[in-house]
Design a protein around this ligand. Sequence first.
Ligand SMILES: CC(C)(COP(=O)(O)OP(=O)(O)OC[C@H]1O[C@@H](n2cnc3c(N)ncnc32)[C@H](O)[C@@H]1OP(=O)(O)O)[C@@H](O)C(=O)NCCC(=O)NCCS
Length: 171
Amino acid sequence: MNLNIRLARHEDISDILCIEQSIERDAPASRQTLVGRLEMFPDGFLVANNDLQLIGYIESCIFNEHPFSKYDDIRHFSTIHYLNGAILFIIFIGVDERFQKMGVGSSLINVLKKKIQLKYPHIQKIHLVSKERYVNSFYRKNGFRIIKPLPDYMPSYAGMLMEYQYHNDRL
Ligand SMILES: CC(C)(COP(=O)(O)OP(=O)(O)OC[C@H]1O[C@@H](n2cnc3c(N)ncnc32)[C@H](O)[C@@H]1OP(=O)(O)O)[C@@H](O)C(=O)NCCC(=O)NCCS
């Protein structure tokens, strides 16, 4: 499959919303939320396209060490987003169900890691909260380690705080 990963644009939002609604059936982000995340940090919002269509996306922001236990503690990302912060936080990653398990999610993470390292070299680590089923199958394979469980992260599921350290790449 030909995969092109690039910065997201406003005209991608409808396609992103379509995927979001099909993979996050319980609580999809709204169009307004997605536009807000794109405008907050365009360098941290990437999309993946095959030859025909948009098939995946990843959204992020930057903050400093920020203790939280629930999604509600951080959900207003624009209030904590700070370009000089030390931590890139992956807010969400999604791949169209028809194209999952083909390497698209891993490519999105790898391209984001590289773009951020080039433009924001002060960033030392990446954090995210994983759903249980992706901890070992997806994030550990992509170089993340477990920090701690967040049992109350979402009303519908527990989360696992995970970390990737750029430092390990430079050894
Ligand atoms: C998580 C997600 C982005 C991974 O994207 P992807 O393109 O499928 O990932 P990759 O193809 O790069 O997969 C890498 C590994 O993750 C594992 N994996 C991918 N999707 C999986 C799934 N649904 N269940 C279990 N493991 C999965 C694969 O086993 C794969 O390992 P392998 O290559 O050794 O088999 C994608 O499954 C998704 O969009 N899920 C729904 C949205 C979501 O919940 N996002 C937030 C996750 S915390």
